[in-house]
Design a protein around this ligand. Sequence first.
Ligand code: 2P0
Length: 333
Amino acid sequence: MYSKEQIIANVLAGKSNVVQQEKGAVYAPANIALCKYWGKRDRTLNLPMTPSLSISLAQKGSHFAFEVLNEEKDRVKLNGIAIDAQHDFYQRLFSFINLFRRNDEPRLNIDITSTIPIAAGLASSASGFASVVKGLNILYGWQLSCSELSLLARLGSGSACRSLWDGFVEWQHGSRDDGMDSLGIPLDLVWPQLRIGLLLASSDKKSISSREAMAITKQTSPLYSLWPEQVAADLAMIKTALAEKNFTDLGEASERNAIAMHATMLEATPAISYSNAKTAAWVQQVWQLRQDNMPVYFTQDAGPNLKLLFLEDRYTDILQLFPDVEIIKPFSV
Ligand code: 2P0
């Protein structure tokens, strides 16, 4: 078993943590997994049981601005509002940042703005931690590659290791105990016609964190032993579908993977369900639309929101059918 500090020392390999730039601003996109990460082989280092594959959400993500402060305490603004040291977000942020600072120095003024609802199952921790490591890279002048930053981001939140790139990213789960082979790898392909529709069922904080939910699922769900096989099959189909631009196969495999993840957690003790009445109604609507020959699929993460997958030629139909949908063009930037 390795500690986070040991892994950080490995990745930074002698680089200093002396401030090089007093001020900076970075951005990292959120990502949505088409093939999900659900379950860890190491909870300290966020090493997953299986690989996963995501699409980054272009302009939906986290802006992170920092400035070195000549004061006694850090200051944090989240979406424009100052938060104090008792706030969950503040504590999670600084327990991560303090892995890199010497004696809590330098004090920082941090402004983090998320263009997606925090903790609504829209992967805001992914873009958040990816943006933090990009910010630290500037603060300390490390000049790390995206792959090295991916290793660091994973220590904050597993899915963050996929948010260092735009487009499709595979998180190779790796086999090493130190996790040095567990990082994001961008896929060298684009699909400009692909669209993601965000359907927000609730922006409330989730009832159970994905961290806790995946641990309970792994420990208690009798279906969990089937999950690695499911991922292997779905991931292979998704990668082939992406290479061939086969939207039907992409949609089928992504939707099936999400359903399998949720079915696996429903079988846990206690049962875990992230869906609400809106989620269930949208799922039925998507299935009905497919029966009527409309190529639209869904995926769902650790929250009640649904993400639609469709191609640009259905843009108008989707807007009409789901008036509140927010449509993302993953390849617009
Ligand atoms: C994913 N999720 O692949 C899956 C699908 C949610 C459902 O990664 O404990 O916040 O910080 O490693 O990354 C959410 O879990 O969990 C997630 P930690 P994380 O996107």
